[in-house]
Write a protein that binds this ligand. Structure first.
Ligand code: IPM
Ligand code: MG
Length: 351
């Protein structure tokens, strides 16, 4: 069996706990799908700051670039919180990986589980049938523009090139063609110049996909529509910061941000997979974190980077079955621990 190599970056807080479960379940099914996985563990985020004084070393970036995929837990925590621009911050690890590996397309699917409708803050009739995909631009915009700080003034710049918009939009349209055929492009074209360029370029990309319907929506309106009629969305394409905010909002439709996976993809098959949730320092080390988002991220890794879509389907099916049987971690009102949920998924896969 050819060995594929996965860089495993547990990171901080609950990261190591949730990543351990994802690794166990992937190892359990990999051989059935002709895969042998070599896991190579590295430090990132606060853990790397403590060891090396920086959130991402060149060696780790290089190791990730040479892997078939990267599976990440979470970064950050109160130990490293600072507003001093000269101090290292854990998030720089994540941002360094995104730009260093060219991970421009961030996919965040949102599909509430019927078994968990009651966990959502929204009424059941609002969320029923929701199945949307946020495709967030991840290597441009305010996150990577020129920035600066003076004693009483600070600035961040938002820059987008046509090419950055084009490749992201292209991803969104291709995804929509394999789904319900609708793209909602979210921008702030009534105010921002970058949004006007975004709109022009998206329209151009749409011409190459006549089977996909395109609508434009201003970001403030999108924030409202997402909670009032989430089931109407199919694929949402948007720039980096809007995607950051809207994907957290969309995540809450499922009742817990502990449920949602994400994939960050480069131009080739390399991708970084991580749960949407953060490092949750308040519950770290207690073995109660919900591992579902990381397990589902590992499923996306099997699908998009490791060429094993059947393994991904199987893993997602096992998670559905475990949730459907009523098994819950505390974030969903249950009492199960992280490892117990991992055991249940393993049992489901074996059965
Ligand atoms: C996310 C996170 C990151 C982001 C932070 C940790 C830098 O919120 O992945 O959504 O803003 O992109
Ligand atoms: Mg975020």
């Amino acid at each position: 069996m050819p060995e594929v190599s996965v860089a495993l970056l547990p990171g901080d807080g609950i990261g190591p706990e949730v990543v351990a479960e994802a690794r166990r379940v992937v190892d359990a099914i990999a051989p059935d799908h002709g895969l042998s996985i070599g896991w190579h563990e590295h430090l990132v985020g606060g853990a790397s700051i403590d060891a090396h004084g920086t959130a991402l070393t060149d060696d780790v970036l290089e190791a990730c670039a040479g892997s078939d995929a990267v599976l990440l837990g979470a970064v950050g925590g109160p130990n490293w919180d600072t507003t001093d621009p000269d101090e290292p911050r854990p998030e720089q690890g994540l941002l360094g990986l995104r730009s260093g590996l060219g991970l421009f397309a961030n996919l965040r699917p949102v599909r509430p589980w019927p078994a968990l409708y009651e966990a959502s803050p929204l009424r059941r009739e609002r969320i029923e049938g929701t199945d949307l995909l946020v495709v967030r631009e991840l290597t441009g915009g305010l996150y990577f523009g020129e920035r600066g700080r003076e004693p009483d003034r600070a600035f961040d710049t938002c820059v987008y090139t046509r090419e950055e918009v084009r490749r992201l939009a292209e991803w969104g349209f291709r995804a929509a063609a394999g789904r319900r055929g609708r793209v909602t492009s979210v921008d702030k074209a009534n105010v921002l110049e970058t949004s006007r360029l975004w709109r022009e370029e998206v329209v151009r990309v749409a011409e190459g996909h006549p089977g996909v319907a395109l609508e434009h929506m201003l970001v403030d309106n999108a924030a409202m529509q997402l909670v009032s009629r989430p089931a109407d969305f199919d694929v949402i394409i948007t720039e980096n910061l809007f995607g950051d905010v809207l994907s957290d909002e969309a995540a809450m439709i499922t009742g817990s941000i502990g449920m949602l996976p994400s994939a960050s993809l480069a131009a080739g098959s390399l991708g970084l997979y991580e749960p949407v949730h953060g490092s949750a320092p308040d519950i770290a080390g207690r073995g109660v974190a919900n591992p579902v988002a990381t397990v589902l991220s590992a499923a996306m890794m099997l699908r998009y980077s490791l060429g094993a879509p059947e393994a991904a389907d199987r893993l997602e099916g096992a998670v559905d079955a475990v949730l459907g049987a009523g098994h819950r971690t505390p974030d969903l009102g249950g009492a199960l621990g992280t490892r117990e949920v991992g055991d249940l998924i393993l049992a489901q896969l074996a059965g």
